[in-house]
Design a protein around this ligand. Structure first.
Ligand code: AMP
Ligand code: GLY
Length: 423
């Protein structure tokens, strides 16, 4: 069948890499794609939220399956758009419908969902511009650090963790009254600070059945030792060594099962990936957030470990027969290290030529913010490329990633040399 992937990051290159290995895939299109997807599929330069243009492409190319990479089109209702269109409604869309995508689109919605279904998470209250004074009073009842979250999508920047009460009050006002994150902060969730180590769990669901994919841990801060500004993710490891089978069992019983049954009880139609951000507090998992898509760079370590035909899994999701699939996972560890443009996540340059790719052996370079220009591969974003490797443990896998990175170059290339430092 002909398949379309929406997105342009390392996640989407990894999807493309995996999907082109399937005998079920005839032609693969990626919109808009990057230099990595251009080598194995056909890139089409349309935006992931231009539903009309996506419709034209789907009809013109006889596309039968659409795999949605990022959250924006899901939160804007791309799945519903397909279902409500006579010409598109038979096409498989991998990603939840709009009502369910609110699990990522609204922090308050996600917290209410967790409370309703007894899913362990941090205590919270939410506020808007009309009751900002109550927000100040609530902050006074908490002990630092204070966690403030813009309700809506804020490109990964909407969470503030502050040590000072006065600063927390000021930021609350900035968000609610002065629209620090625009509409996204017209509501703010204030929650209890959870102290522990983070990991993520990825679940496939067809709305009735679920399958759990390997865990992964990503490294979000720009600086070594987890310091400095938040990024989209600087590297990842799968599996997570501290996620023992006992701990994984707690995640499944206390979090995955009530999440999937909660979606059904609340009539939230879901065919896709559920990304559950977790924190291990003592020996117990608590949910920090839901995302309604795969993580990036977590995809770059999770999908390479999946031995199944991914298209067959997606078909089972579309047909609600996921219970018939046995998931097979490579026992080895996968790691990825992200190469970024100097300056990221603040201002950075673009259009720098990337050299050395042909010398890579024993790792897979997944392209992210990189594009083809006059036959050359040049940088086009902050996160440029994720170098994934396998090993018998994370140290062995990381060694390969770092050895291959030595062969790569672009002007002001930066990466963290300490991925896995805390494991
Ligand atoms: P989120 O966008 O909700 O994933 O939050 C971004 C980051 O903030 C998370 O990856 C955590 O590192 C941190 N964080 C969010 N909520 C909490 C919390 N309740 N306690 C401690 N850290 C948190
Ligand atoms: N790496 C975190 C995310 O994809 O949200």
């Amino acid at each position: 069948m002909n398949i379309l992937i929406l997105g342009s990051g390392g996640r989407e290159h990894t999807f493309a890499w995996k999907i082109t290995q399937s005998p079920l895939c005839k032609s693969l299109y990626v919109a808009p794609g990057n230099s990595g997807t251009a080598q194995i599929a056909t890139n089409v330069n349309i935006s992931v939220t231009d539903f009309e243009a996506i419709k034209s492409l789907v009809l013109e190319k006889g596309i039968e399956m659409v795999v949605v990479g990022p959250e924006d089109p899901l939160v804007q209702g791309i799945h519903d758009y397909f279902l409500n269109d006579e010409a598109l409604k038979h096409i498989a869309v991998i990603g939840p419908e709009k009502a369910a995508a609110e699990l990522e689109g609204s922090k308050e919605f996600a917290k209410e969902f967790m409370y309703r279904h007894n899913i362990p998470t941090a205590a919270y209250q939410s506020f808007n511009a009309l009751n900002v004074e109550e927000g100040y009073a609530f902050l006074e009842t908490l002990s630092p650090p204070y966690v403030l979250k813009a309700d809506g999508l804020a490109a990964g920047k909407g969470v503030l963790i502050l040590n000072d009460l006065q600063e927390a009050k000021t930021e609350l006002k900035n968000m609610l009254v002065d629209a620090k994150f625009g509409d996204a902060s017209s509501k703010v969730v204030i929650e209890e600070f959870l102290d522990g180590i983070e990991l993520s769990c990825f679940v496939l669901t067809d709305g009735k059945n679920y399958k759990i994919l390997p865990t992964a841990k990503d490294y979000k801060r720009i600086g070594e030792g987890d310091t400095g500004l938040n990024t989209g993710g600087m590297g990842a490891v799968s599996p997570v060594p501290f996620a023992t089978s006992e701990f994984l069992n707690k995640i499944e019983e206390r979090i995955v099962k009530p999440t999937i049954s909660g979606l059904q009880k609340d009539n939230l139609p879901y065919k896709g990936f559920v990304f559950i951000g977790l924190i291990k507090v003592g020996d117990d998992p608590k949910v920090i957030e839901y995302n309604v898509r795969m993580g990036d760079p977590e995809t770059e370590v999770v999908l390479p470990r999946l031995k199944n035909d991914l298209v067959e899994i997606f078909q089972a999701i579309a047909n609600q027969t996921l219970d018939n699939i046995d998931i097979n996972i490579d026992e080895r560890t996968a790691t990825t290290v992200m190469l970024v443009s100097g300056g990221y996540p603040e201002a950075y340059g673009k259009g720098k030529e990337i050299s050395g790719l042909e010398a890579i052996t024993g790792s897979i370079p997944f392209h992210a913010g990189a594009k083809l220009e006059n036959g050359k591969i040049v940088t086009s974003g902050g996160r440029v490329m994720a170098i994934t490797s396998f090993g018998n443990d994370y140290e062995e896998a990381l060694k390969k990633s770092y050895q291959n990175i030595e062969k790569l170059h672009f002007d002001k290339m930066y990466y963290r040399k300490d991925i896995g430092f805390d494991l």
